[in-house]
Ligand binder design. Structure first.
Ligand SMILES: *Cc1c(COP(=O)(O)O)cnc(C)c1O
Length: 390
């Protein structure tokens, strides 16, 4: 199959160009600009090297998405699956066996935390939650049976920054596979494979989709690890159909544009919120006051569209959300619209209150996913709802 209509050396192209062009399938009938959609799940087997079938993860539209994501993340090979959690469970089940041990950071997506809690132990796989963000903290958690080191940066919901290069080098030196959840950063802001991480995972439901209307997950890695994970994926069966792949490809064409605007808006809003009297604290890696600012600057091209803040008046987060007029209190993140959530009531509800507070997630912490609207309009809505206006 001939991907990539243009004849230039693809690897030399910048990310915004890759978003538009990488992986596009040649349209030999119309010479159209978009990849044709191949909807058949029943395909011929005579005179073909490989049988294509959605659950074999080898259909043209699945591969067009993988090719684009590989170009964006500088990966050799990848896999697109039906959700971010399907990507995590596929990778874990492919790489781990009973008796193995996983190192996970404690500041982790709530669903991943619950997966470890509910599924890993059941499979006879042990894990350690690392407290603290330093490479030493991770080093101390590695055991003789550790097979996988899993981390996420910037983290959810406090936007803590972890050292991608340092943690990946540590894993390599100790013979452990490193895997990162790169959802919050998106490939536009952070490319962990280039910093030595073995596997990049995305909840494509967020920035990659960008319009709050698709659910998928992605794994981008080396040819070798992809071969191992694809075998597991075929057995677990979390495949995507061609129409969804077409929608993903369409979404990815504007990824760079969207994320750049979200970076700009979030930085502007973080600075404004930081000096607002109703706000106790703003968590955003782009702020100089953020403890991970310099590290973020060294490993990210932009600081992302996610931030969180604590209100001065305790117990007021719900009332604050109800006073918002433009910004919607809804779940998920990464879309073109600005939304807020209260992690204690949503993404981290599966943790006990004690565990949440120990992880620094206050009851009145509000997490914001900044969209692509005019930043002044977003600010006005926030200031109005904070109630101690300028
Ligand atoms: C949403 C999310 C996931 C899980 O992805 P789904 O597509 O909902 O399965 C994992 N990690 C992070 C950081 C997320 O935001």
């Amino acid at each position: 199959m001939v991907f990539c209509k243009f004849s230039m050396d693809q690897s030399k192209l910048k990310l915004a160009t890759q978003c538009v062009h990488a992986g596009t399938i040649s349209d030999t009938i119309e010479a159209g600009v978009n990849s044709p959609i191949f909807v058949s799940t029943a395909t011929g087997f005579l005179d073909r090297q490989e049988n294509t079938y959605p659950r074999y993860f080898n259909t043209p539209n699945q591969q067009a998405v993988v090719a684009k994501l590989c170009a964006l993340e500088q990966g050799e090979a990848g896999l697109v699956v039906s959700s971010g959690m399907a990507a995590i469970s596929t990778a874990f089940s492919a790489l781990l066996s009973p008796g193995d041990h996983v190192v996970l950071q404690d500041q982790i997506y709530g669903g991943t935390y619950h997966f470890a809690l509910a599924q890993l132990k059941k499979l006879g796989i042990d894990y350690t939650l690392v407290q603290g963000t330093s490479v030493d903290n991770f080093s101390e958690a590695i055991q003789s049976n550790t097979k996988l080191l899993y981390f996420e940066t910037p983290s959810n919901p406090l936007l803590k920054v972890y050292d991608v290069k340092g943690i990946s080098q540590l894993a390599e030196a100790r013979g452990v596979i490193s895997m990162i959840d790169n959802t919050f950063a998106s490939p536009i802001n952070q490319n962990p494979l280039a910093m030595g991480t073995d596997i990049v995972m995305h909840s494509g439901t967020k920035y990659l989709s960008g319009h709050s209307d698709l659910c998928f997950g992605a794994l981008i890695t080396s040819e070798k690890l992809q071969q191992i994970m694809i075998k597991s994926a075929v057995d677990w069966g979390s495949s995507l159909n061609a129409i969804t792949c077409h929608q993903i490809e369409r979404s990815l064409k504007t990824l760079s544009l969207r994320v750049q605007r979200q970076n700009e808006n979030a930085l502007f809003l973080a600075k404004e919120l930081e000096r607002h009297p109703a706000i106790k604290k703003v968590h955003y890696p782009g702020l100089e006051s953020h403890p991970g600012h310099n590290l973020a600057k060294s490993q990210m091209d932009g600081f992302g569209g996610m931030l969180s803040f604590e209100l001065n008046q305790e117990g007021d987060a719900v009332a604050f959300c109800k006073r918002l007029k433009l910004i919607q209190p809804v779940l998920s993140l990464g879309g073109v619209e600005t939304i807020v959530s209260i992690p204690g009531l949503t993404s981290h509800i599966k943790m006990s209150r004690e565990e949440r507070l120990a992880a620094g997630i206050a009851d009145d912490l509000v997490r914001m996913s900044v969209g692509i609207e005019d930043a002044e309009d977003i600010l006005q809505d926030l200031v109005g709802a904070l109630g101690m206006g300028e």
